[in-house]
Design a protein around this ligand. Structure first.
Ligand SMILES: [Zn+2]
Length: 95
C-alpha cells in the first residue's frame, strides 16, 4: 500500500579542474509503503521505481517477503471468485 512520499535534499561538493570547490544539491525522493503481505512499513527510493506503481492500484511487497509467493496467493484468491454461488449475498465490491 502506497502511503507517502518524502523528499530529502542532499548536499555534495565537487572540485573543478581549477581546484575551486563547488557545492551542489540533489533531491532524493523516499517513498513509504506498507507491505501487503506482512503489513510492515518499508521505504524505497523514488528513482528506482516505475512512476506508474506509485498508487494503490498495485500491490507492494517488502524485501523480507517473497513477492512471487504473494502473487500466487492473490491469483488463487481471484480464481476462487468464479467458484462462488451466484445467489450469494456477498457485496460485489468486496470480492
Ligand atoms: Zn512484507
Amino acid at each position: 500500500m502506497f502511503i507517502e512520499i518524502n523528499y530529502q535534499i542532499n548536499t555534495y561538493t565537487r572540485s573543478s579542474k581549477n581546484g575551486v570547490v563547488h557545492s551542489y544539491t540533489r533531491k532524493l525522493g523516499i517513498i513509504t509503503f506498507r507491505c501487503d503481505n506482512c503489513s510492515s512499513l518499508f521505504t524505497r527510493a523514488r528513482g528506482k521505481m516505475d512512476p506508474k506503481r506509485l498508487s494503490n492500484n498495485y500491490f507492494h511487497v517488502c524485501n523480507n517477503c517473497d513477492s512471487k509467493k504473494f502473487a500466487q496467493k492473490k491469483k488463487i484468491e481471484r480464481r476462487s471468485i468464479w467458484d462462488k454461488n451466484s445467489s450469494s449475498l456477498e457485496d460485489i465490491s468486496k470480492l
